[in-house]
Unconditional design. Structure first.
Ligand SMILES: Nc1nc2c(ncn2[C@@H]2O[C@H](COP(=O)(O)OP(=O)(O)OP(=O)(O)O)[C@@H](O)[C@H]2O)c(=O)[nH]1
Length: 893
């Protein structure tokens, strides 16, 4: 029985929210209140100094205030003359119509600003004397979990991050997720506790949660200054400078006064005393981690108050840049009230790394991994070459290559974002890692294996831009006019560029740290309103997918329907809005449904099914699930350039040598360097390989029984050039088609013999905000009605979302300094043992289907207090009654 993806196949009345986003209602008015100091007609030829550059991301849970803070940064840096407002849809960075209408960040926006500003001084400027002007490339990332890919691709190219917390909510679930993602890439971070003007704000509690949930030692650099028994937030205590900064009420944040300690002791003795306590704690934590601070302490005659602010900043910077040091500086403010943003900008410049101090990016050359500096020093080339010649058993005949080949490399950059702009066409955002990318240079795209010229380069100021002649190493910029480059592609320039041949091997295979695309878990059909609209709709979809690789478009073979898949319901809704409103496509979107997977069943992994079609011999077998006995050959790891892992499947392409004496297939890398295989000039090895692979992947995109894509399938395709009749007129399409037919045949035979099964996505869910009275009810609901499996209670670190390697495991909470909060919300030195305020949390594994509409239900179970966050864990086979029920739902009978 075959099932087609038809609209309404699965009916879900309720809405899945990956996390609670609060009940904020935002105005739909579009006040564009900003006046940009730059314009796209301007041309800038100033090359920024790399040591005075910061590539920084702003990361946080949804609604923590990222865009509000960014807006102030633009204002103080002189980029805008008025402060935009998220609630009025007038911010610079949320410039998409959908972002302005909904008041949420959907795509990460890249802006450049100078801090301290070049021309202005006085109240709009830095609060640190003698701070030199730096160029900050800032990326405001989305907080909603459906747009996690946006955060991931930004993190890939950032050197540092500011993590913003809501001062009332503290460390929220999505904060933990993005924190650990940033930690995974070893990105140095500072924390800004925002919204301290709100009723219920608790800075001390937030600091304790930072230690408890983010597993880092908070180094409190500022403390909030509350007056009127804690009801009015008036400014901040500068622990590093031992002074207070008071902001005039209802000002734009430039009307502020610096109050030195002597005066503060008269105005607010309690607050002055707390600053002194905080400073001692800061010196202690720096001294525990940095030898330099011990020297400063001794030089200051062991008087913490006598240590110069510059020494503390230098010590903190050493700690932040040290990968093995688990210290995070913490700052305070209320961006909406214009409090605390200038000192935060100072901290970005002072504490976060410049590109030349940032982590050495990962690269891959041929099938060897290393770092960029290893590549540039020639080490990686030597390793790659040595392995090739070793495979030919003729090591003695080959000399080591000089590093000359690397000298051919002029520049390399990663395209981390592609955005369609109605006025300027496709904007490809790049981070240049080495060399200088120049206007009009010929770029070679190592992922697509093609050359494109870069007609124009831009520096972006959110939706505005300035033309530039070059993008030097360490900088972020935009290339316009590229027809092919996609997110995640590596672009290189090289001497003697030839669009016909591309760069010499193995430079043509150089890849900078790839960006993993998470699997799509929801889909919907897209129906053009008329046949004449089909082309327009497809062009618009093509743009959407090039912009956002976490969206995929497929064509259902049987129904002919176009299906759009994505990361969540909200993700697809936004895609629909963009399709219809921004691209004016005349089409409708069907019901949003869950994307299941299909897997072939097999009694034994060695019992493979083979299918041979026109030069392609295909073996198909199922990959045993994780946790079950898995023979060594199924270790899910990349096995060189002939094998890829994609969407839970493993695809290996082997090319048989033409020589009559060699009967064994070899991997392409071996074949490439062995004399017998002579491929036609028009079909070089990489084209042959990628065409065959695309054919296999296409066959895997539709299972034989349920029409969902296949998962846990191992495909080995052996290509025999002699039986295919490979010649100069062979096209990539004909190769793909042969691979596809052979793979489909093999899958069909396997399915006929052994059957297939449905697989569903299991989510790792963390429910928080619970208390003793509703904990049991929520546990029962998750493990009973929803078929979930509770794996832990009060797991402060949400271990499933937090890679252990990125955290410090031995933080003694009693040793963590946190100032007392007003109204006794938080006793310093205690979090109640069960999370903030004695709140309880649950970690569970639950099928995605059962989480649809969960937010509403959870709120009814917990009187509106419970929240949750979830992340995909893995696809699992659906068995027993559950499979019967699901199939019945899918069939509709
Ligand atoms: N009271 C108060 N409200 C704030 C503050 N900062 C932000 N807000 C409000 O919080 C809401 C969310 O602010 P945003 O700046 O959109 O938050 P975000 O983190 O960018 O949100 P997403 O991009 O959608 O994840 C808006 O209504 C802001 O006006 C603050 O310091 N105090």
């Amino acid at each position: 029985m075959q099932y087609r993806h038809t609209v309404g196949l699965v009916r879900y009345a309720s809405k899945l929210c990956w996390q609670y986003s609060g009940s904020r209602i935002k105005s739909k008015r579009h006040h564009i209140a900003c006046f940009h100091a730059t314009s796209s007609n301007a041309v800038s030829n100033v090359s920024p100094d790399v040591s005075k550059t910061r590539n920084i991301g702003i990361i946080a849970h949804i609604d923590a205030g990222k865009t509000t803070t960014t807006e102030r940064m633009l204002y103080y840096s002189g980029h805008t003359r008025r402060i935009g407002n998220v609630d009025e849809g007038s911010t610079v960075t949320d410039f998409l119509p959908a972002e302005r209408a909904r008041g949420v960040t959907i795509q990460s926006a890249a802006i450049s600003l100078n801090w301290p500003p070049l021309s202005s001084s006085g109240p709009k400027s830095s609060l640190t004397a003698d701070l030199q002007t730096h160029n900050i490339n800032l990326i405001d990332t989305p907080g909603h979990a459906d747009f996690t890919f946006e955060v991931l691709r930004s993190l890939r190219i950032l050197d540092g991050a500011v993590c913003i917390l809501d001062g009332v909510a503290g460390v929220e679930a999505q904060t933990e997720k993005v924190w650990y993602q940033a930690s995974k890439y070893a990105i140095p971070k500072i924390i800004y506790v925002n919204k301290l003007d709100r009723e219920g704000a608790a800075f001390g509690a937030a600091v304790k949660q930072i230690a408890e949930r983010l597993h880092t030692w908070p180094a409190v650099c500022q403390i909030p200054w509350w007056q009127k028994q804690g009801s009015t937030f008036v400014g901040i205590g500068d622990v590093i400078g031992t002074r207070a900064i008071r902001y005039a009420a209802d000002s734009d944040g430039t009307d502020l006064s610096i109050i030195e300690m002597d005066e503060l002791k008269n105005i607010d003795p309690g607050f002055a005393e707390e600053i002194i306590i905080a400073r001692k704690a800061l010196i202690e934590i720096c001294g525990d981690n940095d030898e330099g601070m011990i020297d400063s302490f001794l030089q200051a005659n062991e008087q913490p108050l006598e240590i110069p602010a510059a020494d503390i900043i230098a010590s903190l910077r050493r700690c932040v840049l040290d990968r093995n040091c688990y210290i995070t500086p913490v700052f305070a403010g209320a961006s909406f009230r214009n409090i605390g943003v200038q000192p935060l900008l100072d901290a970005i410049v002072q504490l976060l790394p410049s590109p030349d101090q940032a982590i050495d990016p990962d690269v891959r050359l041929d099938n060897h991994e290393g770092t960029l500096s290893e590549l540039l020093s020639g080490k990686l080339m030597i390793a790659s070459h040595t392995s090739n010649i070793a495979s030919k058993k003729s090591l003695a005949r080959h000399k080591r290559p000089s590093t000359g080949l690397i000298q051919v490399l002029e520049a390399c950059a990663l395209a981390f974002k592609v955005v369609y702009d109605a006025r300027r066409g496709m904007l490809v955002y790049v981070r240049v890692y080495s060399g200088t990318m120049r206007k009009q240079s010929m770029l070679f795209n190592t992922n697509l294996q093609l050359s494109e010229r870069a007609p124009q380069l831009l520096k972006m100021y959110a939706s505005d831009s300035v033309q530039i002649d070059e993008i030097p190493a360490g900088q972020i910029g935009v290339i316009t006019g590229l027809k092919h480059a996609r997110t995640g592609d590596t672009l290189i320039t090289y001497t003697g560029a030839s669009p016909k041949t591309g760069p010499p091997a193995p430079l043509n295979a150089l890849q900078l740290r790839p960006i993993d695309v998470p699997p799509a878990v929801f889909f919907s059909s897209i129906e053009p309103h008329s046949t004449s609209e089909t082309k327009n709709v497809h062009s618009a979809l093509e743009i959407l997918v090039r912009e956002d690789p976490s969206l995929t478009v497929t064509q259902d073979e049987e129904s002919g329907q176009t299906l759009l898949s994505g990361m969540g319901e909200f993700h697809l809704e936004i895609a629909r809005d963009r399709l219809i409103n921004d691209f004016k496509a005349k089409a409708s979107m069907g019901k949003i449904e869950i994307a299941y997977r299909e897997c072939i069943l097999q009694p034994s992994v060695v019992d493979t099914i083979e299918q041979a079609t026109a030069g392609c011999r295909v073996q198909v077998q199922s990959i045993p699930p994780e946790g079950e006995h898995r023979p060594p050959e199924f270790d899910i790891e990349d096995q060189g350039s002939s094998t890829i892992l994609q969407d839970g499947n493993r695809v290996t392409i082997l090319i048989k040598p033409i020589t009559p004496s060699s009967s064994d297939p070899t991997s392409p890398s071996q074949t490439a360097s062995s004399a017998p295989l002579k491929l036609p000039e028009t079909v070089p090895l990489h084209v042959l390989q990628s065409s065959l692979r695309n054919g296999v992947l296409s066959a895997l995109s539709r299972g034989p029984n349920y029409a969902f894509s296949l998962h846990s399938t191992d495909v080995i395709l052996t290509f025999d050039p002699t039986t295919f009749d490979l010649h100069n007129n062979t096209t990539a399409a004909s190769l793909s088609s042969a691979a596809r037919t052979a793979t489909k045949g093999a899958i069909r035979s396997t399915a006929l013999e052994n059957g297939t099964s449905l697989m569903e996505l299991v989510m790792l869910v963390t429910v928080s905000g619970l208390d003793e009275s509703n904990l049991g009810t929520v546990v029962n609901d998750l493990s009973g009605n929803r078929g979930g499996n509770v794996i832990g209670l009060d797991d402060a670190s949400s271990p499933q979302i937090s890679p252990a390697s990125t955290m410090s495991s031995n933080i003694d909470l009693d040793r963590v300094y946190a100032p007392r909060d007003p109204f006794g919300k938080m006793e310093s030195g205690s979090t109640g043992g069960k999370g903030s305020g004695g709140q309880r949390s649950i970690s569970a594994r639950v099928p995605l289907k059962e989480m649809v509409g969960y937010l509403k239900h959870l709120r009814s179970l917990t009187g509106g207090r419970g929240t949750f966050v979830m992340a995909p864990e893995r696809f699992e086979r659906v068995v027993g009654m559950r499979e019967k029920v699901l199939l019945k739902e899918l069939r509709g009978y």
